[in-house]
Every structure is written in C-alpha cells, then in structure tokens.
Design a protein around this ligand. Sequence first.
Ligand SMILES: *[C@@H]1O[C@H](CO)[C@@H](O)[C@H](O)[C@H]1NC(C)=O
Ligand SMILES: *[C@@H]1O[C@H](CO)[C@@H](O)[C@H](O)[C@H]1NC(C)=O
Ligand SMILES: *[C@@H]1O[C@H](CO)[C@@H](O)[C@H](O)[C@H]1NC(C)=O
Length: 287
Amino acid sequence: MRTAFWISILWSLGQWGLGSTMLPPLKFLDDFVQEHSLLGTVLYIPLSKFSNDIIPYRKQARTKVMKVVDMDNPKIRKQNRQNIVDLQVVLDLNSSVSFLADMIGSQTNNDYWLIGVTGMNIPVIKSILDTFAMVLDDQIYLYDIQDTRIILYEAYKVHATKKARFQRIGYWSTSERLQIQNDEIWQRRADLEGIEFKIATLYSPPYLTAKIPINQSDSGAPGSYAMAGMFADVFLNLKEIMNFTFVVTKPEDEQWGAVNSDGITWSGMVGMLQNKEIDMGMNVNKN
Ligand SMILES: *[C@@H]1O[C@H](CO)[C@@H](O)[C@H](O)[C@H]1NC(C)=O
Ligand SMILES: *[C@@H]1O[C@H](CO)[C@@H](O)[C@H](O)[C@H]1NC(C)=O
Ligand SMILES: *[C@@H]1O[C@H](CO)[C@@H](O)[C@H](O)[C@H]1NC(C)=O
C-alpha cells in the first residue's frame, strides 16, 4: 500500500513535474476530514492533466464522500460549490491563485480548504497568501508533500490590514497518521499582533463599575475611557494573553440599543456595531 503510494508520486513527478499535479494520499484526506468532523471531500483538479492516478479518487467518489471537480470547467466548479461540511481540496496554490482568491474572497461561511504548496518556497507562499481576503477564523490549511511526511500548515489574517499568518501545525505520515502539535485552534491563533479594538461600554455594576475618562479634563465628553469591574478585569487579562490593545468609547445616547423607526438601523451600542464604529460592545442588561 505504502510502496504503491510512493511509486505513484514518483510517477506523477516524472510525468508532470513537481508541485502542480501531486495528488494527496486518500488516507491523508480521510484523516483530515475525520479530525475536523467534516463529511466529505471536494477535490478540485485540472482533469485534463490526469489519467490513471485519479482512478482511486474516482472510485472513492462513488461512495459520495468525495467529489472530483474539473477545475478547467468554470461552470462545473461553480455548481459544486459548496457544502460547508466538506473539505475543499486544491492541489497547487501557485497555479490556482485566481481561483482561490475568488473562492476565499467570496465565502460567507468558514469553508475548510486544504491547498497543496509542494515544492514552493515559503516567501512565495506568503506573498500569495497576503493577497487573499482571509480573516481570523478562516479554516485554510496547506500541505507540503515531502519524502516521508506531509507537512501541514495553516493560514489566516488577524485583520485585513495585516499580513497573512502562515504557520506549521503538524504533519501526516502513513505510520503516524495525522499529528497536530496543538489542536486547539484558538491557542494557536492567540497572538492578535497588537491590533487595536474599538470598544463601547455602558455603566453596569458589578460588571462595569467605572469608565474613567483617560484625559480627566475632558470628563464627560465622548472619547477614550479606562474600564473597571468584573468584565474589565477579564478583558484586561485577555489583552495581555492575546496581544491586543483597545480604546473605550461610549454610545452618545448612552443606550444599549433598539431598532429605529426605519426597522433597519439601531441606536446605541448595537448601532455602533452595525455602523462598524466599534468592534465590540460591552454591557449587561439589568432586567
Ligand atoms: C509559480 O507560477 C509562476 C507563474 O504563474 C511560475 O513562473 C513559477 O515558476 C511557479 N513556481 C512554482 C514553484 O511552481
Ligand atoms: C504582539 O504583536 C506585535 C506586533 O505583531 C509583536 O511585535 C509582539 O512581539 C507581540 N507580542 C507578543 C507578546 O507576542
Ligand atoms: C487633555 O485635554 C486638554 C483639553 O482638551 C488638552 O489641552 C490636553 O492636551 C489633553 N491632555 C492629554 C494628555 O491628552
């Protein structure tokens, strides 16, 4: 089994050159799908470039846990998008940049992507990833097929204005299967790179007991405040653990927020969230 796999890889290399057409082993895909509690796999490939080595994947496709989609055919690839509980696999980042930019930039859910980067330099991978519209909770994984292992990475952005994070998370081998060093995603992504959040709060003891204007002589005017209280304590700890900063403001109307008469916009902190004036609102509704 193992020999057969490596022979087929060598065969692919000879036939098509490194990178662009290497098929990941079915067992690797299965293990990845199981680890992330997904249902199946959609394999996007330029079908015209494949012959015999795609046969096992085609066979698997009959079981309905795998779908093979021809990337050469734009209509077909659009139709097949997408069941968010499937793993979407693309064999080669370098030759699929516009396809991926389109798919990742337009996703409304966190689709799971597994993208081949075999044979590519890390600076090149990073410069391509920088151009993608990625966010903090994206599920974008990359794999590099090496001699005896497949190295697994993840990619995301802390913020649209930041460069892509590309970090190694583990590996897969035929004997050890999937080994992820730290499988808690929010521990892996805990460093928010000093990003500054805008936060609005309202006085609500004991959770938020004080909003102290940072510039005392501006007391009372909307602006930046320091916080105190139980929520503030948690938040100040998170700030240290997760490497972010924040500025606190308050809603001009001092309200939590309600739907305005137009039925669409909101007042208060909810309205500030809606208008993207703040990243978070913090308050407790005392009923
Ligand atoms: C990546 O693609 C570019 C052209 O799109 C090509 O010049 C380059 O050789 C490719 N690099 C790799 C590592 O495949
Ligand atoms: C916080 O983020 C900044 C900016 O990316 C970085 O320079 C710094 O090393 C980070 N600090 C910690 C403790 O991770
Ligand atoms: C505080 O506000 C006053 C009046 O607006 C201003 O003159 C002063 O420079 C401010 N101080 C700081 C430290 O921002």
